[in-house]
Ligand binder design. Structure first.
Ligand code: CAO
Length: 416
């Protein structure tokens, strides 16, 4: 089956997580992604958090599937020459170096555009160009703090908190992928490449949109009725941390199930959606609440929402998280068990859909990874192993017209 991005050649000058997550996605959809790595060491994640001596770490394998690896020292003249050849025949160059690194290497946007005016140059940086912090190097948690996620995550009596979800890294990579695909469509119309830039701060803030909503509501009315601080607690002048409260219009909380004393994940998330109140009462056997004025409306419930959650926890006390959800789903109540990584890894539905996949690897044996979360009716993205360092160097160089002798010479000067 022809994949939609087949024929699109991408120079993957990315490392760590934000950039590689983007190019991996494009590779799944058929792009020819050539990862350019420093000879000898490669992407730092190859050796970070290793679980098998001398084999590429999962950090690398899980973000670089379906790619080729070309080792190239792009600071050496011979390496620059190879890169220039590659640039001339590629559609996209993606990079997430520290600020200014590409310019220092001699490949500014102007130079790249001169070498190949049709090429799209896509970058991830911590902060957007011209921002007063645009000289900063940035990692995941830094971005979560700078983008508003940390100040609004956690409990009101604890410090700002980082999410385990890669809001700064993979999320930014996904934004960049959308930008690249848009620029490719634009190129079809104009024949021209362009620069696509995404900052980690902006991408985090984009996901914190509802918190900016809340800031404006707070400034107008002085309170946020769906937060646990309402109506008994105090509101200041900034959006507070709301613990496990729902971000939308309906209150929700993480509730204990049978076994919570010994299992730190024996919980469900329970949502009290307005129109589901009657089914909730029926599911809990509290039919007297249905028409009780103290419970009937969302407004009436809010002052004693935690007392309601306690009652639900009493109902949950003899049910596992899975048993509870099996009952509640029959009443159309939005809820889910709190699932662990172990449970997700072994989930038959996720295996069947290709969201969790087992990939054979030359050196590691098989490893689990997250496959494409995007599903298509005409294509099932297949996940293949990440490349070994320099695995495709000869193949890529031969494709660029280098003879065996020339490849040998490049090796001699350690340019590849
Ligand atoms: N050949 C020769 N040199 C190479 C090379 C190659 N193939 N690949 C990279 N380099 C060089 C770069 O040119 C750069 O050199 P100079 O600093 O001397 O100009 C050098 O390697 C280091 O690049 P860097 O600044 O990107 O790397 P770092 O480890 O110091 O910083 C990071 C890492 C992630 C903080 C930084 O790259 C960054 O801020 N990136 C933008 C934001 C981002 O994507 N962060 C998320 C990473 S995922 O958590």
């Amino acid at each position: 089956m022809t994949k939609p991005l087949e024929g699109i050649k991408i120079i993957d000058f990315t490392h760590v997580q934000a950039g590689p997550a983007c190019t991996q996605l494009l590779a799944w959809f058929g792009a020819d992604v050539i990862k350019v790595e420093r000879p000898g060491s490669g992407d730092v994640t190859r050796s970070q958090l290793r679980d098998i001596p001398d084999a590429d770490a999962l950090y690398f394998t899980m973000l670089n599937s379906n790619k080729k690896s070309l080792t190239l020292d792009t600071k050496k003249p011979e390496g620059k020459e190879v890169l220039e050849k590659l640039i001339r025949e590629s559609d996209v160059l993606v990079e997430n170096f520290g600020p200014g690194a590409l310019d220092r290497m001699g490949f500014s946007w102007e130079r790249l555009n001169e070498l190949n005016p049709k090429m799209i140059v896509a970058s991830v940086k911590g902060f957007s160009d011209g921002h007063h912090y645009d000289d900063l190097k940035v990692y995941e948690n830094v971005a979560q703090c700078a983008g508003g996620a940390a100040s609004t995550t956690g409990f009101w009596d604890g410090p700002p908190t980082i999410s385990a979800a890669a809001l700064g890294d993979s999320n930014t990579g996904m934004h960049l992928a959308i930008g690249i695909l848009t620029a490719l469509l634009g190129r079809d119309k104009t024949g021209k490449g362009q620069k696509v830039a995404v900052s980690m701060q902006d991408s985090v803030l984009n996901l914190c949109r509802v918190k900016l909503r809340d800031q404006q509501r707070l400034e107008r009315v002085g309170y946020l009725e769906e937060y646990p601080q309402y109506p008994h607690g105090e509101f200041g002048d900034v959006v507070p941390r709301g613990g496990n409260a729902g971000g939308g219009g309906q209150p929700g909380w993480v509730l204990k199930c049978k076994g919570w004393e010994t299992d730190s994940n024996a919980y469900i998330y329970f949502t009290i959606q307005g129109h589901a109140w009657e089914p909730i009462c029926k599911a809990l056997g509290k039919t007297e609440w249905i028409d009780d004025p103290a419970y009937k409306t969302a407004e009436a419930r809010q002052p004693h929402i935690f007392e309601i959650f306690k009652t639900i926890e009493a109902w949950l006390a003899d049910k596992t998280k899975f048993e509870a959800v099996d009952i509640l789903r029959k009443f159309d109540i939005p809820c889910a068990p709190v699932l662990t990584m172990k449970e997700l890894a072994n989930d038959p539905s996720l295996r069947a859909s290709g969201t969790i996949v087992e990939v054979p690897h030359k050196k590691r044996g098989s490893y689990l990874t997250v496959g494409s979360p995007i599903k298509f009716s005409d294509m099932k993205p297949e996940v293949t192993a990440s490349p070994l360092l320099g695995e495709h160097t000869d193949e890529v160089l031969a494709g660029l017209g280098y003879s065996n002798q020339e490849i040998f010479n490049l090796r001699e000067v350690k340019a590849v």
